[in-house]
Design a binder for this molecule. Structure first.
Ligand SMILES: NC(=O)c1ccc[n+]([C@@H]2O[C@H](COP(=O)([O-])OP(=O)(O)OC[C@H]3O[C@@H](n4cnc5c(N)ncnc54)[C@H](O)[C@@H]3O)[C@@H](O)[C@H]2O)c1
Length: 357
């Protein structure tokens, strides 16, 4: 099999990580890079002199007989560039969030289908072995019935000027929650605060209700003294903490729990039976998640299989963010996601119910 010829568009903070991985993985070659800024191109060419073409106009990549592109520009540019590349017959791996609205995401899915190319989104945490291990525990019932999940993604920065913290940080946690629970949320409530820049929320608290009454909470912040990347899953049998900042012991499984026991003699009285068992730190073979993601993209192209984080996956995450955005603008009111994933505010749903009566 000949090597896949890859182009990389967007060489800022994240793009070089994708370029490095595609250079290191056997079976792919990074042929060309594009970025509006000459200094970003120069930095990459110094580091990877084997790249043949560096250009400030990504459309120059269409003349190079490439197979695929990876897009790591700011999200506002994702839609136009991804559409253009797919219409030129290129497979696309686009960073998260796939687009800034779900109509554009839906359009990209259609264009990918019409042009028979792969469309994949960089929801990196779905390729993270720690996240995959927790999903496995949930599926095998090791944690029991899932009560709730708490996700924190906070640090000081990196502040954005065009999108708020929900668009920047929550895509990861929403994609992790959907992946762990294998389901879409039913409703979303988000409260946000713009502390540093007027009109751009830098701190947000999002509550998601999933089927089976599972509650999930996401705290997203660019304004926190310490870097935190933590997910806590609380089940009826066991609890798990996944701490992505920990270098080695990323997952800790707590054999802890509590049962409320109702006294038969005194009506309404409960006592609580606490269980304190071992804490287990399982060995997890850790591979760079971005590497697994890039390898998966190449495999999907070579084998014609559907990516795990395909366009639909990307669109579902965007729909949840749109709902969070609407909730935040309405002071944290509940926004329901209907079966197509579109958000409806409680008032709109109530009005629809009245019309149906
Ligand atoms: N998966 C992850 O864990 C992860 C982590 C960080 C960032 N990201 C995503 O990666 C993307 C890029 O983020 P970043 O932090 O690297 O941003 P950045 O601003 O540092 O870099 C973006 C680069 O794109 C270039 N660019 C903008 N418009 C362009 C165009 N039309 N053609 C060519 N180049 C263009 C800019 O000049 C800049 O160098 C975002 O979508 C972000 O959400 C993903």
């Amino acid at each position: 099999m000949t090597d896949l010829r890859i182009g990389a568009i967007g060489c800022g903070y994240w793009g070089p990580n994708l370029i490095r991985n595609f250079i290191e993985i056997p079976g792919a070659q990074v042929i060309a890079i594009a970025d509006l800024k000459q200094e970003s191109l120069n930095r990459i060419m110094e580091r990877f002199p084997q790249i043949e073409v560096a250009t400030r106009d990504y459309r120059d990549l269409f003349d190079l007989n490439l197979d695929a592109v990876v897009i790591a520009t700011p999200p506002a540019a994702h839609y136009a560039i991804a559409r253009d590349c797919m219409e030129h017959g290129l497979h696309v791996l686009v960073e998260k969030p796939i687009t800034l609205n779900s109509e554009d995401a839906e359009d990209l899915i259609r264009i990918a289908r019409e042009n028979e190319v792969q469309l994949m989104v960089g929801h990196t945490f779905e390729y993270n072995s720690a996240v995959r291990a927790i999903r496995q525990m949930i599926r095998e019932g090791e944690l029991g019935e899932i009560y709730y999940i708490d996700a924190i993604r906070a640090s000081l920065g990196l502040f954005q000027t065009r999108a708020n913290v929900v668009w920047d940080l929550a895509p990861h946690d929403i994609s992790i929650l959907r992946y762990l629970l294998d389901d879409d949320p039913i409703s979303v409530n988000t409260h946000g605060s713009s502390c540093v820049q007027e009109g751009i929320e830098d701190v947000a608290y999002t509550t998601l209700m999933f089927p089976n009454n599972i509650m999930a909470h996401i705290r997203s912040s660019w304004l926190d003294p310490s870097k935190q990347r933590r997910i806590t899953v609380v089940g009826s049998k066991k609890m798990v903490i996944y701490d992505d900042v920990e270098p080695l012991e990323k997952i800790k499984i707590y054999d802890k729990g509590v049962k409320a026991i109702r006294h038969t003699d005194t009506f309404g009285e409960f006592s609580f039976a606490y269980h304190y068992g071992d804490v287990v730190i399982p060995y997890i073979r850790f591979e760079e998640p971005l590497r697994v993601q890039c390898q998966h993209f190449l495999d999907c192209i070579n084998e014609g299989k559907q990516p795990q984080t395909d366009g639909l996956n990307g669109m579902r995450v965007v729909q949840v963010i749109e709902a969070a955005q609407r909730s935040m603008k309405n002071g944290g009111s509940t926004v329901f996601l209907n079966q197509n994933g579109h958000g409806d505010s409680a008032d709109a749903l109530r009005a629809e119910a009245l019309i149906n009566v």
